[in-house]
Design a protein around this ligand. Structure first.
Ligand code: ARG
Length: 278
């Protein structure tokens, strides 16, 4: 009997305890937003308060973003990173880079684990329902990478019937494979490097990927080539993504993107990034 009531007491105090913590958090956040500028979005407020812009990216995508050992230290480099550095500079804050799988990026934005996503991400109407996008800062086309030994056998989407097509999980290439290569079997993997390995080891027969990424992978793998197949949905622009309701941040970031466009900096960043790819 006594035991039972003790248990009950402990359980009760745990509930009360967590309620108190909860309330404390709640009042803290209200007071911060109360003292801050009301017109500011939560994302902008957090960035300014922390003095840093937390970037979410998927560094499997050379020359957009990739790992490189510089002076013995593993660094994330690429033209998306240069764009993000400019954005942070204009916001007057530091840049922190978080590397994750491409299909986890939008959830990270939503949960507030990152403030911005720059990852060669294409602003699709479907994604626009859940996140805000900046203007497009780079435009690429879709290509299909195949084994060099298959280049003459795989020349049209018809030749891919019954074949396995590798695509990145959560990327627009998943839909492109489904819509445009009827009769093919899409295989979705988390990382581009895994897709290229799967292609080399015959686990898939083709990989759909954007041209700059195809070029850098083909240059690094002599047994892979870009096929002659032309896809219809060829264009894929890249834009920065933000948590929904960050229009003030989007506006600021677009100013930076406009500046980079006027200065023709993105093209330079792309050339520099291509030079860094091994
Ligand atoms: N542009 C494509 C998309 O938005 C692919 C981007 C993949 N990016 C990456 N860092 N792996 O779905």
């Amino acid at each position: 009997m006594l035991k039972k009531s003790l248990k009950k007491f402990i359980a009760m105090s745990l509930v009360v305890g967590s309620m108190v913590t909860f309330a404390a958090c709640g009042s803290q956040s209200t007071s911060t937003s109360g003292s801050g500028d009301k017109s500011q979005s939560a994302s902008m407020e957090r960035i300014k308060k922390n003095g840093k812009l937390v970037l979410g990216t998927s560094a499997d995508y050379p020359p957009y973003e990739f790992h490189k050992s510089i002076n013995g230290k593993d660094e994330i480099v690429g033209f998306d990173i240069e764009v993000a550095k400019e954005i942070a500079k204009d916001l007057g804050v530091k840049l922190e880079v978080k590397d994750m799988k491409f299909d986890g990026l939008l959830a990270a934005l939503d949960q507030g684990n990152v403030d911005i996503v720059v990852a060669g991400m294409t602003p699709t109407p479907e994604r626009e329902k859940n996140v805000d996008f900046s203007n497009v800062y780079y435009q690429a086309v879709q290509t299909i990478v195949v084994r060099a030994s298959d280049k003459d056998k795989i020349k049209s989407t018809d030749d891919l019937k019954g074949k396995k097509i590798g695509v990145q999980k959560g990327a627009i290439q998943e839909q492109i494979a489904q819509k445009q290569v009827s009769g093919a079997q899409p295989v979705a993997l988390g990382k581009i490097s895994d897709l290229m390995l799967a292609l080399k080891s015959n686990r898939v027969d083709a990989v759909i990927v954007e041209l700059p990424v195809a070029t850098s992978n083909v240059n690094a793998n002599k047994d892979l080539v870009i096929s002659d197949i032309k896809l219809q949905t060829e264009e894929a622009g890249s834009a920065a993504a933000f948590k929904k309701g960050s229009s003030d941040l989007v506006k600021e970031v677009n100013k930076t993107l406009d500046r980079l466009k006027a200065e023709k900096s993105v093209d330079k960043f792309v050339t520099d990034a291509n030079n860094l790819v091994e």
